[in-house]
Write a protein that binds this ligand. Sequence first.
Ligand code: ADP
Length: 425
Amino acid sequence: MIRLGCIADDFTGATDLANNLVRAGMRVAQTIGVPQAPVEDVDAVVVALKSRTAPATEAVAQALQAARWLCAQGAAQIYFKVCSTFDSTPAGNIGPVAEALMELLGARMVPVTPAFPENARTVYQGHLFVGEQLLSDSSMRQHPLTPMQDSSLVRVLQAQLDARTGRRVGLVSHVVVAQGAPTVRARLAALEAQGAGFAVLDAIDNADLLVLAEAVRDAPLLVAGSGLAIGLPRLLGLQPNALAAQLPVARGARAIVSGSCSAASNAQVTAFKAAGGAAYALDPLRGDGAHLAEQALAWAIPRLGHSPVLVYATAEPAAVREVQSRLGAERAGALLEDVLATVAAGLVRAGVGQLIVAGGETSGACVQALGIAQLRIGAQIDPGVPWCYAESARLHIALKSGNFGGVDFFTRAFDALSTAAGDGG
Ligand code: ADP
């Protein structure tokens, strides 16, 4: 019987959440999509979906299927993991998925918070900050698929709800959180009595998240970034435990594929190249997908070994706009995800045993192309990004959400892996 059932709307988000649960002492299995077979004996299962930018009806159907499966495994609480920058569009998918799950679970008040202070995502008066900037002033305003141009989460979520249900979004502000869990619970009950179905919760540090976790321990449904998870295992009597994060020794050659155009990924690609790393830029305007992938593999495979090779579509906002104006945003995104997935699969066939993928959507495409159904979660490299191990592919893989990771992530991540002596080509 599992205790906590989680549904993540993208693959990097799923490992980010699993990472926080593992660090706090939970045994966690992450599955790619709804599992066909039973999972091992764990405290929590994180079902990774690739639904963030899918049509809303598809995202809803996938989430409902995952929730039904998790409930059948015994989950008493469902955690819908969304991006810490609340990535979504006016059409969804956070609102539609949350409302559908709410109805399935019979939840009447759903707490919502993407706060992840360790990664500089904080929520104050319902406004989301990325570091010192409002979300709408941050680089997220230029995301290729989900540009975030409003920092008010109450407003953003309200706009995504089905107007016919009349559900409203309330706020539990920091002054309430500071008074502790019972006061937060009372405020949630008052909002519910006033007709709200959702409440955005302020949190500016980990102490706030611990208060919130305690306050919402009986809620059937949570909608949150990975931050809120740090407080859940202790409520079940679990303690941090290093063994929970142990992975097999790494083998094989090292590679990175990057399809994220975030400010952090751009800086990481630049730093990797500046340090002399071997890097190949994909140009989506030069040829069809099959041709682009073939050329990238022809470049990368002879270079495989202990030093990582990087294949990337990562580009600055002006270059992304140029590509999007020629191909359309969706087509460009899908084309590059396909190419990078083909490249990732080709690299693993050619002997890569340690792979970093940068970008949430990109990670989804790569994991699917690699035929990975389940991941074990290892030690954290940087906040929100652990190494994972895919038994079926004998592959160590790190799925890096766009804006996560320090500037030297692409080299430091490999240093953090314990490898078999003399291995790596
Ligand atoms: P992040 O985690 O930063 O959001 P994602 O992989 O989720 O990264 O999203 C980035 C999207 O941008 C993907 O669909 C990717 O294919 C697309 N993309 C990558 N490079 C380019 C480019 N040069 N031009 C246009 N779109 C791009």
